[in-house]
Design a protein. Structure first.
Length: 188
């Protein structure tokens, strides 16, 4: 599924950065350059598949204006108006006993625990997601370059200096892009 046309992306032709900017701008730049580039979502590091057939106006017309709405799940048990989704959770008997004794029952207690964990771990989760995004780009563009394995280890250890050392022979703009994605500061 395509991100909206104003979403930040970057295109690479081999290991050379072709364009960075909004999806609309980069799509047109890739079309003008011959259409032989990988386009990456700057937030997730995932490859964005573009349909570059036709005129520039036709390409732009195929790009979504805004984020697509989430898929609507069929109504089931729970409280669908609140967005509650019933799924299976596997716990030990002592966990079920503790949850059953909580005010509001197991569902309320689990929701509170999840929200607390989300707040407390937001920075770590953002750092992990950024590292994974950087790895997606790195494996797609630098998987065959010398030092890839050492660079991967450094990336997952959040060792920026180690990454630079392992990737010393890589094109500067490629390494700069991987760093920008993998080491971006967590949202405030």
């Amino acid at each position: 599924m395509l991100p909206p046309r104003t979403h930040p992306v970057t295109a690479f032709e081999g290991t050379t950065r072709l364009a960075s900017g909004t999806l609309a701008d980069v799509a047109l730049a890739v079309k003008r350059a011959g259409g032989n580039a990988l386009v990456f979502d700057d937030l997730t590091g995932r490859v964005v598949e573009l349909d570059l057939r036709g005129s520039e106006a036709e390409i732009l017309a195929r790009l979504p204006e805004q984020e697509p709405p989430p898929p609507v799940a069929p109504r089931g048990r729970g409280r669908p108006k609140l967005g509650v989704v019933a799924r299976e959770v596997t716990l030990l008997p002592r966990h079920w006993e503790w949850l059953a004794a909580q005010p509001g029952g197991a569902s309320v207690a689990l929701r509170k625990l999840v929200e607390q964990a989300r707040r407390e771990n937001a920075g770590q989760d953002a750092t992990r997601a950024a590292g994974e995004a950087g790895y997606r780009v790195m494996s797609a563009l630098a998987g065959n370059l010398p030092g890839f394995e050492a660079a991967s280890r450094a990336l997952f250890a959040s060792d920026r200096a180690g990454l630079k050392t392992a990737a010393a022979g890589w094109p500067a703009e490629l390494l700069a892009y991987i760093e920008a994605i993998a080491f971006r500061p967590p949202p405030a």
